[in-house]
Write a protein that binds this ligand. Structure first.
Ligand SMILES: Nc1ncnc2c1ncn2[C@@H]1O[C@H](COP(=O)(O)OP(=O)(O)OP(=O)(O)O)[C@@H](O)[C@H]1O
Ligand SMILES: [Mg+2]
Length: 440
């Protein structure tokens, strides 16, 4: 499969849309990959995607075309991401979860249940010599905080990076699952914890970006491979004036729109990066883009489902979703199998390019904060910690620097505390000794 597949989906008209505009729709199919879109000014434009799922498409077809190739890759050690994008009420959660992950009828089952079944089927059919471990996590990004949906007490988790997992959510609950039924039960538990609200457009609107993360490790003799699969059900973009959001709902919508525009900026930067020389990709501008960093830019196969309403009443929002999908189609990343050697090569490449190309730039920009020795120390610490960063990005270097210094400071604080305890203990022993001497 190409490393990025972008599809458009038009859900059936809902009753409100039908009562406003009858059966009229703003699209006219050309074939299974292209269509004519009529905007609110009746202007027509043609769109083309890897596949278009028109109203009445089967959930199974979306799975076969969009998701199955991604999970095949994950089992071979190539990371994968399946993302649903679109306006509130456009059908993202329905495509991902179906009416329910556990007991939907076969026809309505969403991507998630099908992915879980498909994953365990591939594992079952593989040779018996290979040992598989599947771990599952579920998080949501709500108001820019990462919450663990398996343990709500963890409500502000940090995103970190290491050489085994790439980008990961530090301290997140990981559930080891051995079959499909067990995985779906866990997922259903996590889904019950999601932040859901009501918008004018959707009675059960997702107010957070939800991520279902599968970490699949396989071991054959001495070779270890691992693949990460992230399914992302994004919160819907909405126009505040249209949905008449107020108070908390308005604050939520602002945060959602902000992180979705950060996603748009990353996609724009990646599109430019694939056309010209790599430039700065602003992954760190939001939690969403940071978690998706290695899914969008690097060693990954990504499937994007752009969900739209077919109704003329939502034409401006659908148009913006379709434009987003069209831009995303131009990203060119090259997936690679996550073998350990590969990671080491990547690390060496990044570190050497950092040392050779960026030292002067970093020094110049961070002049007040760091001197040459600091930069050298940073490089050494980064090698030890296995931290990756974009060598052309002053912000990323700065953030890596802060990461390392805060860790160094906390380990120094620990040492100081231990020293104080030792000194106190010695003082006490000394007093006892002195008292004993006095008595004699
Ligand atoms: N393909 C479909 N077939 C039938 N009903 C659908 C379909 N897609 C969506 N719906 C219905 O439309 C409504 C809104 O869908 P959904 O909750 O998936 O929207 P969403 O894109 O996740 O919105 P939000 O961003 O607000 O979370 C739901 O009631 C859902 O059942
Ligand atoms: Mg939703």
């Amino acid at each position: 499969m190409p490393n990025l597949r972008v599809c458009a989906l038009f859900r059936p008209l809902n009753s409100k849309e039908k009562s406003d505009h009858g059966d009229s729709v703003c699209i006219r199919a050309i074939d299974s990959e292209s269509f004519i879109f009529k905007d609110e000014k009746e202007e027509e434009s043609e769109f083309q995607f890897d596949k278009v799922f028109y109203q009445g498409s089967e959930q199974a077809d979306i799975y076969e075309f969009l998701a199955f190739p991604v999970i095949e890759g994950v089992v071979k050690g190539v990371n994968g991401a399946i993302i649903t994008y679109g306006q509130t009420g456009a059908g993202k959660t329905y495509s991902m979860e179906g009416p329910s992950v556990i007991d939907s009828d076969e026809k309505k089952k969403g991507l998630l249940s099908r992915v879980v079944d498909g994953l365990f089927n591939i594992i079952k059919q593989s040779d018996e010599m290979t040992k598989y471990t599947v771990k599952l996590s579920m998080v949501e990004i709500y108001m820019e905080r990462v919450r663990d949906l398996f343990d709500l007490s963890k409500d502000n988790l940090q995103i970190k990076e290491n050489k085994v997992q790439g980008i990961y959510v530090s301290g997140v609950t990981e559930i080891c699952v051995t079959d499909s039924a067990e995985a779906l039960r866990s997922l259903s538990r996590g889904i019950a914890n999601k932040a859901v609200g009501e918008t004018q457009m959707n009675m059960a609107s997702s107010r957070s970006h939800c991520m279902y993360i599968f970490f699949i490790q396989q071991e054959l003799k001495k070779e270890k491979k691992s693949g990460k699969l992230i399914l992302v059900d994004l919160a819907g973009s909405e126009k505040a004036e249209k949905t008449r959001a107020e108070g908390k709902v308005f604050e939520e919508a602002k945060t959602i729109n902000k992180s979705l525009s950060a996603l748009g900026n990353v996609i724009n930067a990646l599109t430019c990066a694939s056309q010209a020389k790599a430039n700065h990709i602003p992954y760190r501008d939001s939690k969403l883009t940071r978690i998706l960093q290695d899914a969008l830019g690097g060693n990954s196969q990504t499937a994007l489902l752009c969900c739209c309403s077919p109704s003329p009443s939502n034409a401006p929002e659908s148009l913006s979703t379709l434009r987003f999908g069209t831009r995303a189609k131009h990203i060119k990343a090259s997936p690679r199998v996550s073998l350990k050697e590969d990671e080491d090569t990547r690390r060496t490449e990044i570190i050497s390019s950092t040392i050779n190309e960026s030292r002067e730039r970093i020094l110049e920009k961070l002049g007040q904060k760091m001197n040459a020795e600091d930069v050298q120390l940073l490089e050494q610490l980064l090698i030890l910690e296995g931290i990756f960063f974009d060598p052309n990005s002053v912000e990323e270097v700065e953030s890596a620097y802060e990461d390392v210094t805060s860790r160094t400071i906390s380990s120094m604080q620990k040492t100081i505390k231990e020293l104080i305890t030792t000194v106190e203990k010695l003082t006490k022993e000394n007093q006892i000794l002195k008292a004993a001497i006095r008595r004699h």
